[in-house]
Design a protein around this ligand. Structure first.
Ligand code: TEU
Ligand code: CA
Length: 569
């Protein structure tokens, strides 16, 4: 049976209920940066439609589209003005329908972004809400009077400054955990919740296959709005997440919407601890199918500051996830997205010598760990961080606001800030896709794309990689084929064989009679590892560097080599 054909039921694998969304691989598209079809420098829906064969050929099953809705783009579409309209720059509703049709025709699925913790301040609900304290929309957002001449509490915005802004029209403060132009909706108002459920149905009825839910753990707020304690200054997300009604609302959403469709849901779980995870994803609770945890992508950063990381720390995260969650819960595996730098630059080695090899090591890890893998556009090409050298080169509101708040006020030195941003900025992942070696990497016919194309597009691009059998793209393709036919890589037990090893990540995935050994060299060193007796019957099935099988006792790994062995039982 093909995994996509599975119906709800109790077919199990290794104790897990088999579900199509546990067996797929998702590919994230950031429409602004994927492909421009009309030469205005901005990616669009027709551009995506024109590249569906490319993603299909890679072998992914589900496409996740970052927000495609009407938006003034204060935060690149994560500030929605009209949930039922397509962003004019991206095209029309007809283009959306055409895209969805193209995806379905190729046997793939599509999920869209659901951004409902906040809207744009240009949404009609907000322009109505700010007008008066008594209108129909007055309680659609979170309004508070000033507190002794100041903001209602000490909450800060993720995009610098207070999370409260005083609205001159209504004369009260409104809450915005993100930009001023992203007011938080008041989920305690049942009308708001039903507006959300209705707009979800609007898109579901078009035939989409689910949602990625933006900062969903923030939707319920403690309406007393106490100050957060001092020790939470660096991590306010743990205060903002998991408010008193979060689980009630997610269960209501499930009941009213999700249960009526065969779709998947994935929550962006900023501020959720491992201990709280089953509350969101234990399938018996009927909330979400899976969430994104931030532990891995935050391993090398604290806010905009870069920090060193070690392999044992990375391994410990996966082991902890696996130990703490039982068969009723499910997670994602991802190494990047539109909010994070390129994985090769963060966790691999983006030097000319090791870029390809280390991208393959990371790909092997991504596609052989437990959890639904998410590939971010361009990572299948091994794209790397952009060499930003001045503030003007950035687009991201997070970067610009922090520059104003911290650099222009002389709290932080400009060079220091830029040094860190070269490793941590969200814009690294937002530079346009590199399709070929023509000007601007074939992303656009315009002279100037909305964000500069990486200068390395002549060496790193899809056209070249499709033609090169040793490319990162073709390696991803091979891994996807393997994962697709191997239940053990989806549901199999996970065991880290050498947690303290600073260079080698070596683990097994086993399900019944099937057992795989995955060995990843996270260094330029040549490594050897002697296997325990029970694993000495392994046959090499894949080496990222075309390495050959050697003796049975010891694994030899070249610099940044990944190997997969099938263990005969
Ligand atoms: O991201 C929330 C989030 O985790 C980031 O804003 C994070 O705080 C920041 O990247 C740290 O560098 C979601 C979206 O993915 C993001 O693009 C939006 O900006 C944000 O929500 C607001 O909608
Ligand atoms: Ca365009």
């Amino acid at each position: 049976m093909k995994s996509a054909d599975l119906k709800e039921g109790d077919i199990t694998a290794n104790g897990y209920t088999r579900k199509w969304w546990k067996e797929v691989v998702v590919y994230q598209i950031y429409p602004r940066s994927f492909k421009d079809s009309n030469g205005d420098g901005i990616g669009d829906l027709r551009g995506i439609s024109s590249q569906l064969d490319y993603v299909k050929r890679l072998g992914v099953d589900v496409l996740w589209l970052s927000p495609h809705y009407d938006s003034p783009n204060a935060d690149n579409g994560y500030d929605i003005r009209d949930y039922r309209k397509v962003m004019a720059e991206f095209g029309t509703m007809a283009d959306f329908d055409e895209l969805l049709r193209g995806i379905k025709e190729r046997g793939m699925k599509m999920i869209v972004d659901l951004v409902v913790n906040h809207t744009s301040d240009e949404h009609v609900w907000f322009s109505e809400s700010r007008k008066s304290k008594t209108g129909i929309y007055s309680d659609y957002y979170i309004w508070r009077p000033e507190n002794e001449g100041k903001e209602p509490n000490n909450w800060v915005s993720f995009f610098s400054g207070s999370a409260w802004t005083k609205d001159p029209i209504r004369g009260e403060y409104y809450l915005h955990l993100f930009a001023e132009k992203q007011p938080d909706l008041n989920w305690d108002n049942p009308k708001v919740r039903h507006e959300v459920y209705d707009l979800m149905k609007f898109w579901l009825d078009k035939g989409i296959d689910g949602f990625r839910m933006d900062v969903i753990p923030f939707i319920s707020k403690d309406q007393n709005f106490p100050d957060y304690p001092k020790d939470h200054e660096a991590h306010p997300e743990y205060v903002y997440a998991s408010g008193p009604k979060l689980h009630d609302y997610l269960q209501e959403m499930h009941r009213e919407v999700i249960t009526k469709y065969n779709v998947m849901t994935v929550g962006e779980a900023l501020g959720v601890t491992l201990e709280q995870t089953p509350l969101l994803v234990d399938e018996r609770r009927k909330e979400l199918n899976m969430i994104f945890h931030f532990n891995v992508v935050r391993l090398n950063r604290q806010g905009w500051r870069w920090k060193p990381w070690t392999l044992p720390e990375l391994k410990a995260i996966y082991t902890r996830f696996d130990r703490e969650l039982d068969v009723n819960s499910w997670l994602t595996v991802f190494l990047s997205n539109h909010d994070n730098p390129r994985p090769v630059s963060s966790f691999g080695d983006d030097s000319v010598l090791y870029r390809v090899a280390s991208a393959k090591v990371l790909a092997t890890m991504l596609l052989t760990l437990k959890g639904t893998p998410f590939i971010y556009q361009g990572d299948e090409l091994g794209m790397i961080n952009y060499p930003f050298s001045k503030i003007e080169e950035f687009d991201d509101i997070e970067v610009k606001n922090a520059w104003k708040a911290e650099v222009l006020t002389h709290q932080v030195n400009a060079e220091e800030y830029l040094f860190h941003l070269r490793k941590t900025s969200r814009d690294h992942s937002r530079t346009p896709m590199q399709w070929d070696d023509s000007p601007n990497g074939g992303f656009t016919a315009a002279a100037k794309p909305w964000l500069a194309v990486h200068p390395n597009y002549k060496e790193i691009n899809a056209k070249q990689e499709l033609a090169d059998k040793n490319s990162v793209y073709n390696y991803f393709k091979q891994l996807l084929e393997l994962r697709k036919k191997t239940l053990a890589l989806v549901y199999g037990d996970y065991k880290d064989l050498d947690p303290e090893n600073p260079f080698l990540f070596i683990y097994t995935r086993s399900l019944a009679k099937e057992k795989f050994l995955i060995a990843l060299n996270f260094s330029r060193n040549i490594l050897t590892y002697s296997l325990p007796n029970v694993l000495r019957t392994g046959r090499l099935i894949l080496s990222s560097l075309g390495g050959k099988e050697e003796d049975e006792l010891t694994i030899h790994l070249a610099a940044w080599e990944a190997r997969i062995y099938r263990i005969q039982k």
